[in-house]
Design a protein around this ligand. Structure first.
Ligand SMILES: [Zn+2]
Length: 354
């Protein structure tokens, strides 16, 4: 299996906030040989520890504790209502733009652990099709709560198979377009991949790495906040996707990042301002190891860095981001060169941190 095959598998394994069972198991299966200690905290975040392996001499008695936080949840829905005809209504967990939700196929997961129970459904807003809608009706953008899922089976069967609270995710395949890769859950399985592959390629490092695959980021950084209390890191690196709005119709000064220009060192977003010295260090390491980097500022939106930076007395923190086009749609798109740059830059940092 090539490294990017793992990314494809990560992005197509369902796991919405609070229902991360399957993606957690996939990551646990993958990381056994990479880390020294692995545990799952009460909320469901994976805390994987890699002990120092310094090149020369003994490890420091109290090595620098570096926490990586990559959220493993994706935006999706929980079933909120089953109507008298067997149509499902949904409650969002994470922020979809409803303009991207018309005429989609979805997967309903009645058992978070068992894919054999999954059902395929059609997602559409309730209401009239364009042929019979009035001009006013055509203009209005429905809210998430007006969308419904058609499972194609009768009400009796629906009641037998589906219950309130079941996870629903968009069903969309992975595509490779030149150097780009398209999938619905690059946010944030791209970061899970970066954390796994950076730790896999480490040779020697003096810090103690606490690699946390967090839960429930998309509903308010909940997993990262809890797990950073446990880890009490000296340094926190949030890893996430960030906007690449380098596409037509957006002025250059609002692009945030550009696909293909390298790993994004996030200076600030609405949840955290990155530690000045850490940002400088990542910049310097990029130059030293000839890894492409770009700086970015995200005007609105946050990451796990906002949760871990303020926990347990606080820590020095920043966000490493993978530039992504069309975030929070089902066509989240990354450049394979950028995601590899993120992996290499993170590994270079972990090998130098002490
Ligand atoms: Zn994210």
């Amino acid at each position: 299996m090539s490294a990017l095959d793992l990314l494809a598998k990560l992005t197509t394994t369902p796991g919405v906030p609070g229902r991360e069972h399957r993606i957690r198991q996939l990551i646990l299966d993958e990381i056994g040989a990479i880390f020294d200690e692995i545990s799952v905290d009460p909320l469901g975040s994976i805390i994987a520890v890699k002990k120092p392996t310094p090149k020369k001499g003994k490890a420091a008695k109290e090595p620098l504790r570096v926490m990586l936080a990559a959220h493993m949840d994706q935006i999706g829905f929980l079933v909120s209502h089953i109507d008298e005809k067997g149509f499902l209504y949904l409650n969002p967990v994470g922020g979809f733009d409803t303009r991207n939700l018309f005429a989609r196929m979805v997967t309903v997961c009645p058992n978070p652990n068992d894919p054999s129970k999954d059902l395929i459904g059609i997602l559409n807003p309730s209401g009239k099709p364009i042929h019979v809608a009035s001009p006013e009706e055509r203009k209005r953008i429905p809210t998430v709560r007006e969308f419904m899922v058609d499972l194609g089976i009768d009400k009796k069967q629906v009641d037998k198979k589906v219950k309130i609270g079941d996870m629903v995710v968009i069903n969309a395949p992975v595509h490779h377009l030149g150097d780009l890769m398209v999938s619905q859950a690059m946010d944030n399985r791209a970061a899970c991949w970066i954390a796994i592959e950076a730790c896999r390629k480490l040779k020697n490092h003096s810090c103690e790495i606490h690699c946390v695959f967090t839960v429930q980021e998309e509903v308010g950084l909940r997993g990262a906040t809890a797990s950073s209390h446990t880890v009490q890191p000296d340094i926190g690196i949030g890893i996430d996707t960030t906007l690449a709005v380098d596409t037509p119709g957006v002025p250059a000064h609002e692009a945030c990042t550009r696909l293909g220009d390298g790993a994004a060192i996030t200076v600030m977003d609405s949840s955290a301002i990155g530690d000045y010295d850490l940002i400088e260090t990542f910049d310097r390491l990029g130059k030293k190891h000839k890894i492409k980097t770009q700086r970015s500022i995200l005007a609105a939106g946050g990451t796990d860095t906002g949760g871990l930076q303020r926990t347990a007395g606080g820590c020095r923190a920043m966000t490493l981001s993978c530039p992504t086009r069309y975030i929070h749609t089902v066509t989240e798109t990354i450049h394979t060169g950028d995601i590899k740059a993120c992996r290499d830059l993170l590994a270079a940092y972990l090998e130098s941190a002490a």
